[in-house]
Design a protein around this ligand. Structure first.
Ligand code: HEC
Ligand code: HEC
Ligand code: HEC
Ligand code: HEC
Ligand code: HEC
Ligand code: HEC
Length: 472
């Protein structure tokens, strides 16, 4: 009884195994690429200009094709289906048999470069789906790159000066945008830049699993993630503080550029880099690189819905009149901890003193000549308690009861050691007295609300008492 049962089980498993083996053998003998090579041979025969060529075409072997890129220990088998890429007779054929467009393969011989150095895809694979790495279930991190971003590959081996006129203009344009849109206000590159977002040095070679794909439309690959995130960061990463406003075209350019930021370096025999691109060092260029993303043209003080706080107007004459270079340098160097305003000094965001001075020169180019009436803070005997009473009535509405500003508050964070410790009390006093014309910050002195100098000194004392660190 039992033995018959086991016998049938054995029989069935045996059959399954045999079917599987037959299938596997069939697959082995008839790989997907064979079909394409047969098509290729037929095309060769059909297109043959003369009898000799036809004869030759008939005798070509249908066989496994592979290129070994020795310095990289990489194998490309794309030629299994794309045998015609290098064959002028295939000029009018259809892909995959078609002769490669342009003179890319003349400049980069297939035997040395293969295909994946430019196109990505999975070089070892011999079926189309895996080789192209496309589709939801291929799990290949670097699928074929869409043509609109393919220029990013050129930057692995060529410099910008060369690429500008030799088929890599999208990389060059993208790099310029990267600087002018102020991406480095929030991202470090080569150790320099803000820290609201992560460093981007190797973002282009991060595996797919690194990116949260949930909200990506279409194929879930890095290319689509980058583009869609540029167009609308909060759609791809809900709540993102990335503050960019880009057109479709700009998003494509920046996708191309960010894809050039990769971990691996090409071996010497592949690199044709002659010039390193100089980074502009003048104040305006630096302002764009590091400050423009948040401060814009510097003239508008407004509550920002993305950062959920006010971004102050740092080129507003009323601000510049009171903030002398010394205070500006301190503010920029120390930043405002706890706000998106990074500390820009060498040991933090990585700017050199000279660069910060150049930025200050640019910010202050329209500083009014008239100096503010001085405020001799040290002359006053201050009453912190009185300052607190005044603060709660006059200031808390905008700066928050705790002085922290931020979410749902127009005023800046005054509880910040960077405000209390690093700027002069005179700067605070003059700001409170004269306000910031053109922004919501009112003038509280005689010409405005009518507080006395003593009241203002008390307010300053209170602000400076917010934390122990604030005391001199
Ligand atoms: C098993 C056959 C096969 C292999 C292997 C293969 N391809 Fe293809 N490839 C095709 C076919 C067929 C097409 C035509 C378009 C299609 O059917 O997707 C194609 C199209 C392409 C295209 C054009 C895509 C487009 O959007 O127009 C590129 C680029 C390409 N292949 C590159 C590669 C690279 C790089 C490799 C190696 C990593 C590779 N292919 C390996 C069969 C293959
Ligand atoms: C030096 C970089 C580079 C290499 C190497 C390279 N390609 Fe391309 N390939 C390109 C570029 C760039 C395009 C886009 C063509 C254009 O816009 O003119 C392209 C286009 C294609 C296309 C689109 C069809 C067409 O119009 O020609 C196919 C298919 C293709 N390549 C296959 C391959 C295969 C297969 C290999 C390897 C044998 C390869 N390429 C090697 C850069 C390269
Ligand atoms: C893997 C490295 C690599 C990639 C990727 C690559 N190239 Fe090249 N390219 C080279 C090398 C090496 C040479 C030979 C340069 C030399 O002899 O100085 C070359 C030569 C060229 C030349 C001819 C230069 C001349 O002076 O004759 C052009 C044009 C060119 N590449 C454009 C491109 C473009 C456009 C791309 C992207 C689609 C690209 N390359 C991708 C390495 C690369
Ligand atoms: C106001 C600050 C800010 C600016 C300006 C900014 N970003 Fe971001 N960026 C972020 C933050 C925060 C994140 C993390 C949240 C997210 O993924 O959206 C981020 C994420 C990214 C990511 C994904 C990084 C990763 O490791 O997951 C890329 C790529 C990126 N930014 C590129 C750029 C580029 C390119 C620009 C310039 C056009 C730019 N960013 C400007 C704040 C900023
Ligand atoms: C990621 C956004 C962001 C970037 C990039 C940024 N800032 Fe700021 N900045 C802010 C915010 C927000 C504040 C207000 C902080 C607070 O609440 O105290 C601020 C404050 C300031 C202040 C103080 C203004 C005042 O009213 O006291 C100065 C000066 C300043 N930034 C200069 C710069 C400079 C120069 C750069 C470029 C090197 C820069 N910022 C880059 C967001 C940014
Ligand atoms: C109507 C809203 C509002 C009120 C009320 C207000 N502020 Fe402000 N305050 C602001 C805004 C907005 C700014 C930033 C303006 C800019 O863009 O430069 C600011 C800036 C400041 C600054 C400069 C901070 C820095 O980082 O440079 C100080 C100091 C300050 N306020 C103190 C006070 C004090 C003290 C009071 C009460 C006596 C007060 N503010 C009342 C809105 C207000």
């Amino acid at each position: 009884m039992y033995s018959r049962f086991y016998l049938s089980v054995l029989l069935i498993s045996g059959l399954v195994l045999i079917t599987f083996l037959v299938f596997a053998t069939y697959r082995e003998l008839n790989p997907e690429w064979k079909k394409y090579q047969l098509e290729y041979r037929d095309l060769l025969i059909k297109n043959a200009p003369n009898e000799a060529a036809r004869k030759k075409a008939k005798s070509i072997k249908i066989e496994h094709q592979q290129i070994y890129i020795k310095p990289l220990k990489k194998v490309d088998r794309c030629m299994n289906c794309h045998r015609g890429v290098d064959d002028p007779l295939m000029k009018d054929a259809k892909v995959p048999h078609k002769l490669h467009s342009g003179d890319y393969l003349k400049k980069h011989p297939v035997s040395k470069f293969g295909c994946t150095l430019c196109h990505y895809g999975q070089g070892r694979a011999t079926n189309k789906k895996d080789a192209h790495g496309k589709g939801r279930d291929t799990h290949w991190d670097y699928p074929l790159i869409p043509f609109k971003y393919i220029q990013s590959s050129c930057a692995k081996c060529h410099d910008y000066l060369f690429l500008k006129d030799n088929g890599g203009e999208m990389v060059v344009e993208g790099e310029r945008l990267f600087r002018e849109k102020g991406c480095r206000g929030c991202h470090k590159l080569n150790g320099v830049g803000g820290d609201l977002g992560k460093p981007l040095d190797i973002i282009g070679s991060q595996p797919i699993a690194y990116f949260p794909m949930k909200y990506v439309v279409g194929e879930r690959n890095t290319y689509n993630w980058l583009k869609q995130h540029f167009l609308d960061p909060r759609k791809i990463v809900p709540g993102s503080e990335m503050r960019v406003f880009l057109s479709e075209k700009e998003a494509d350019l920046l996708t191309t550029y960010t894809l050039t930021l990769r971990a691996e370096e090409m071996p010497r025999q592949f690199r044709a880099i002659r010039y390193t691109t100089p980074v502009p060092k003048d104040g305006e260029s630096l302002y764009k690189m590091y400050c423009v993303a948040c401060h814009g043209n510097g003239k508008i003080s407004a509550y920002d819905e993305i950062l959920k706080r006010t971004i102050p107007a740092i080129m507003n004459p009323a601000f510049l009149k009171i903030a002398d270079d010394k205070n500006l340098e301190r503010i920029i160097k120390e930043g405002r901890k706890g706000t998106p305003m990074t500390s820009w000094k060498r040991t933090a965001a990585g700017l050199r003193d000279e660069e910060i001075r150049n930025i200050i020169k640019f910010i202050t180019k329209d500083r009014p000549d008239e100096r503010p009436e001085p405020f001799d803070y040290k002359r006053f005997v201050t009453d912190t308690k009185h300052g607190k009473e005044l603060f709660n009535v006059r200031c808390a509405l905008c700066h928050g009861k705790d002085g922290k500003g931020g979410k749902d508050h127009l005023g800046l964070n005054l509880r910040n050691p960077a405000v209390q410790k690093f700027v002069d009390p005179e700067f605070l006093a003059m700001t409170i007295r004269d306000g910031r014309k053109g922004t919501p910050m009112p003038a509280f002195g005689k010409t405005g609300v009518g507080l006395s100098d003593q009241d203002i000194a008390d307010l300053v004392a209170y602000i400076r008492s917010f934390s122990d660190k604030g005391k001199k």
